[in-house]
Design a protein around this ligand. Structure first.
Ligand code: PMP
Length: 352
């Protein structure tokens, strides 16, 4: 009889039900495909790949392009297949079996899940009722937990809020471990820890091509940290983990920064419009600095989710997640998709 590790056997897995409906606003992707010029350039470029050879192990061209994009040294960049793999590599390198990882809840479920997969013990620090964190409370709980690694998402998924930047100091001063700032949504937010990561070997920042860059299908993410930390990550990750086509696509996409900035502005202005409309309808929202909005109504969340689905709109039902009973999450879509959501929600709420 095969014996599965108990941590894995106990896992619910990562499920975001995909239903074939016209308006899918449940997984925080960009509503827009990448620019056609990018796709043409990429299609042409793959002909020049030496397909019989392994790819370059540390993606030097993509690293150089990212280094120019963020104005950081190439040695401070680690790259992997989506930011989830970045986080897994960080955990394998600095946490792993028997070591402690702190997460703030509600937060990104995969921080907990990947930590458990690599055998770490997870300690949860609860957010306040309004999903903020109290800096003094965080200090005392972190001192007590004494973790090897702390995750902080800013903006936080699924609440959408940016935490106070002073939390970075609280974490550094009350632990001796590594602080991982997950900035999957930073382009929509108010601050970034990149400068801090460059000057401290106790902070790293993870980023993704899945949101702003309209490239969720590509699976590409990266980390910015001190070269000493980054060197260990390159040692821990599998050899040739990043295929040549992906390296090329990432490098080419960075030439389209103006298109991407324009999309971010469009999404932010839609987010503000939808947020205001929800407030006008008397619906509770968690103020968002991301490309999604967490909301709750006076009606049971499962009922709202189902009624929206009947209107052809899929959102994420977060109701069974820790501390989120009654809450749903909407990914900001195109103007038409957001209007379909607002209309669907209005009629779902009216039914009482
Ligand atoms: N971090 C956070 C906070 C996220 O919400 C997500 C995507 N859901 C990720 C990381 C993973 O992104 P990816 O692996 O697509 O880069």
């Amino acid at each position: 009889m095969l014996e599965v590790r108990p941590e894995i056997a106990a896992m619910p897995g990562y499920h975001s039900p995909q239903v074939d409906v016209p308006v899918r606003l449940n997984t925080n992707e960009s509503p827009f495909p990448p620019p056609p010029e990018f796709l043409n350039e990429f299609a042409e470029a793959i002909n020049s790949i030496p397909w019989n050879r392994y790819p370059e192990r540390t993606a030097p061209r993509l690293r150089n392009a990212l280094s120019r994009h963020h104005d950081v040294p190439a040695e401070s960049l680690f790259i992997a297949n989506g930011s989830n793999e970045v986080l897994q590599t960080v955990l394998l390198t600095f946490a792993g079996p028997g070591r402690k990882v702190v997460v703030f809840e509600p937060g990104y479920q995969m921080h907990v899940q990947i930590s458990r997969i690599v055998g770490s013990d997870v300690v949860v620090i609860e957010r306040n009722d309004d999903f903020t964190l109290d800096v003094d409370d965080v200090r005392s709980k972190l001192t007590e937990a004494d973790p090897h690694l702390v995750f902080l998402s800013s903006p936080n998924n699924p609440t959408g809020q940016c935490d106070d930047e002073a939390l970075l100091d609280a974490v550094l001063e009350s632990t001796s471990g590594l602080l991982v700032v997950d900035e999957a949504y930073a382009e929509f937010g108010t601050w970034s820890a990149i400068d801090r990561a460059l000057s401290s070997d106790r902070i790293v920042v993870s980023r993704t091509f899945s949101k702003t860059w309209s490239l969720a299908a590509l699976r590409l993410g990266y980390l910015i940290g001190s070269p000493a930390v980054v060197d260990h990550l390159w040692a821990a990750v599998l050899p040739y983990h990043l295929d040549a086509a992906k390296q090329m696509a990432g490098e080419i996409s960075l030439r389209y920064i103006d298109d991407m900035n324009e999309r971010v502005s469009r999404i932010i202005s839609e987010r503000e419009r939808v947020q205001n409309a929800l407030v006008d309808m008397g619906i509770r929202v968690s103020p968002s600095s991301a490309n999604f909005i967490l909301f709750s109504t006076d009606i049971d969340a499962n009922t709202i989710w189902q009624r929206l689905l009947e209107e052809g709109v899929l959102v994420r039902n977060c109701s069974s997640w820790p501390r989120l009973e009654g809450w749903l999450r909407l990914t900001i879509g195109s103007e038409d998709e957001n209007n379909a959501f607002l209309q669907g929600l209005e009629s779902a709420v009216k039914q009482g």
